[in-house]
Write a protein that binds this ligand. Sequence first.
Ligand SMILES: Cc1cc2nc3c(=O)[nH]c(=O)nc-3n(C[C@H](O)[C@H](O)[C@H](O)COP(=O)(O)O)c2cc1C
Length: 398
Amino acid sequence: MRARLERDFDRFQRELPRDFPAHVRETYGIDLTARYAGELVPHPIGKGSGQLSLNAGQLEDDAAAGLAFAVLKTVIAEDETGAQSMAAWAIHETKMKVERRPGGGGRAGWTVTWKGRGWDRSFADYLVLVRAGRDLTRAGRLLVVPSVKYHLPRLAEPFREAEYRYTTAQLAGAWREPPLLVEKDFSPTLAGDALADDRAQILRWLREVPARVRAASPIPVRVAVKLMNARFDDAFQLEMMKAAAEADALVCFNRLFDAARGVAYGGGDLSDRNLRVLETFRESPGSRPGSVGSLTPHASAGIPELTGTGNIGSGRMILEYARRGCESVQVHTFFQLPLAEYPATHGSRPQRALHALVFHPRDGLIAAMLELEARGALERRSGELRFLDLPAHAHRAG
Ligand SMILES: Cc1cc2nc3c(=O)[nH]c(=O)nc-3n(C[C@H](O)[C@H](O)[C@H](O)COP(=O)(O)O)c2cc1C
């Protein structure tokens, strides 16, 4: 199998097979099926919300590359008059700088330095993008999911329901067929904002937002909450996860915030923190999803499913998240590296990234899963190694 993997890695440098998960299954007996917000996807690698999902062309490239899903850039909610209580997040900024950012212990990592925030064009333009995403989803080419920053009130204030209602109804209208999947973003700049100084205020948002979105939607909706890395300790991260128990899925966790420079950042510090908190969550009582081993969404058992994000640049790192309970991952920075950093010689960045993440003979997903098998940490069932057994084992162990 090792020799096969070396050969596949070399020959796929020019182009990945059209249906690479089928190839992986046939050749290695590995079933990469994963899950995002209750939807089964052919493998765990999706694109996180951001500057790489701003237009239909990018989505088309993602579908052609074979990404499992893509989350659209976060739009700022508005009411029927166009008023946005979170307007401070709808700012325009195009310049991004991709930089190396080693983590603790000097481990390699990358970050994107960028001062922008949410979607900065009209909501009507966003809905055009949602429709393009819907068509790709319907065609079975790429699961596309909108992302929203809804109003977050101070403790004594009510939620602005008009913004929840109008924005969600418009998204549902564009999506048409249920269920509507929506990600709610709690961003690093929010973590750095005075609004997020108060722990009780943050916990109230997390407790109430999923139900607000559900109540606002005219069609059944699944809500994934993308949690921020708050400026408090790890114990508070855990409290946030538990407060958001009404969500269908939790995306763990958005980038860190560098208060001195006023920018969000990623790299090794981000994955260190995310993995540490997920590990603690796994070990804490009540973290076991109800759906392990079955296909029902976790929310039915009152415990959200987990999706990992942060410094994912190898299959090994995907497994680090999976072994702590994540059923899929969302990548951003690794899709932005200088071309010379990818071992593939041809193709779009999503294609080259998939090639490295899946087929790298030492650090790719296949190599890392075969290694787990050799160590006795993952067993074949009906002759196959299954990606989804990893998060399932995580919870059993926890
Ligand atoms: C330039 C940039 C813009 C981003 N914008 C958003 C956003 O609008 N909404 C959101 O939920 N996450 C946003 N993210 C976070 C990414 O989706 C991702 O979760 C995070 O960067 C961690 O993954 P990574 O280390 O692979 O970059 C952004 C990230 C970057 C680098």
